[in-house]
Design a binder for this molecule. Structure first.
Ligand code: HMG
Length: 389
């Protein structure tokens, strides 16, 4: 696994004060302390490439080992050329590699992951690995209710038949999809549009449908107590921390738990440590929450089952599960994610607003002459995006 976030962020308490809102509404009410805001040399491609490189290095893999690369994103940089092709070029992946992009709001990365699992299980992988990258920049209008739920980042995962972090359980998955208008981004808009409170209800309806479908698919004997106590932890899609709390309350109510909040810290708390400092990263949000769980849980999770709930507006959702592998927590801790977050620089609100305005025109910005390095977006030349490696 690899994770990339922007080097800069906005303090939500500062944003609240600038908008004339009580800081408690964003920090406690939404459960977010900071949101990642990328500068103009960062885009979905650079975030994806940085996360992918970290995943390869962490697993000790060469680009030659990869036979499938899929980038899940809802903030692509081109109507035709996939983000995955840029990533292939920047990382030097082999030409004998199937490469494309998937889209279904925040579910796009999970769609790619599930497809990769089938690719591996079917034998088509022939020993090669799939590289799945979830990369997005979440953007709502300045001053809208969605503004404090922005964020940016990417999570990359290598999928193979010898998993080192999580062994995803074949057949144990439940899907729910429904055509709803809860959140969308028209082709003419850089900002997402959202029917906020309705989107929360759509998320909860989808959770219920996917969780019930999972239980049917798993077909396990009826046991004592709450069904979700079969999991050592639950990782929900995190548009903001409070949504995970609402999700958990709903799921435990479905389980018949009379005190549905009582298990929140035990089953969910560790998954929110990193997301609360980054904000919504759309496709990668649930996977950042998984990284948070694996890097911050104090107890040994080896051999224990984790439940995962992925939700994409529009909508498609999936509840699935995996078993934590020996050494997984040490591997994710070794990525030093918390230390990386601590090294970021805070933007003042005027700086942030300037960046938001500048990002409106990123796709036509003439490429800078300076060479730069480390997967940075330089601008365009002859309508082609230029990246520094
Ligand atoms: P809002 O309407 O401005 O906020 O926007 P609110 O009035 O609902 O208040 C939020 C919470 O703060 C409430 O808590 C208040 O009580 C509390 P709740 O009742 O929900 O438990 N509050 C306070 N708490 C402490 N101190 C205070 C205080 N004041 C109020 N002083 C909304 C909230 C989420 C609607 C908005 O931010 C929004 O539209 N966000 C974007 C949409 C979104 O994130 N939806 C989530 C579900 S859909 C999803 O997850 C998919 C998505 O990721 C996209 C994709 O799939 O690609 C979004």
């Amino acid at each position: 696994m690899g994770v990339a976030v922007p080097d800069t962020y906005v303090e939500l308490a500062d944003l609240a004060m600038a908008r004339g809102v009580a800081p408690g509404k964003y920090v406690e009410g939404l459960g977010v302390t900071r949101m990642g805001v990328p500068l103009v040399d960062e885009d979905t491609v650079t975030l994806a490439s940085r996360a992918a490189r970290m995943a390869l290095e962490s697993a000790g893999c060469s680009p030659e080992d990869v036979g499938l690369l899929v980038v899940g994103t809802e903030t692509a940089v081109d109507h035709s050329k996939p983000v995955a092709s840029y990533v292939q070029g920047l990382l030097g992946l082999p030409t004998r590699c199937r490469i494309f992009e998937t889209k279904h709001a925040c579910y796009g990365g999970t769609a790619a992951l599930q497809m990769a699992l089938d690719w591996v299980r079917s034998g088509s992988a022939k020993g090669r690995k799939a590289l799945i990258v979830c990369s997005d920049i979440a953007r709502y209008g300045v001053g809208t209710p969605g503004e404090p739920t922005q964020g940016a980042g990417a999570v990359a995962m290598l999928v193979s038949d010898t998993p080192a972090l999580l062994a995803l359980e074949a057949g144990k998955t439940g899907v729910y999809s429904k055509d709803v208008m809860d959140f969308w981004r028209p082709l003419y808009s850089k900002d997402a549009l959202v029917d906020g409170h309705y989107s929360v209800q759509c998320y909860l309806d989808a959770l219920e449908g996917a969780y019930r479908a999972y239980q049917e698919a798993a077909a396990e004997p009826v046991g004592e107590g709450a069904y979700s106590d079969r999991f050592a932890a639950l990782v929900y899609h995190v548009p903001y921390g409070k949504m995970s709390r609402k999700a958990h309350r709903h799921l435990r109510t479905l389980d018949g738990d009379a005190a549905p909040d009582a298990s929140f810290d035990r089953l969910v708390g560790n998954s929110l440590v990193l997301p609360s400092q980054v904000g919504n990263i759309y496709t990668g949000s649930m996977y950042l929450a998984l990284a948070s769980l694996l890097s911050t849980a104090p107890q040994d999770l080896t051999g224990q089952r984790v439940g995962l709930f992925s939700y994409g507006s529009g909508s498609c959702a999936e509840f699935f599960s995996g078993v934590v592998q020996a050494g997984a927590q040490e591997r994710v801790k070794a990525l030093g994610l918390q230390a990386r977050l601590s090294r970021r620089r805070a933007l003042s609100i005027p700086e942030y607003e300037d960046v938001m305005r500048a990002r409106e025109h990123l796709d036509e910005r003439p490429a800078a002459d300076a060479a730069g390095s480390g997967f940075r977006y330089q601008g365009t030349r002859d309508h082609k995006r230029i990246y520094a490696t």
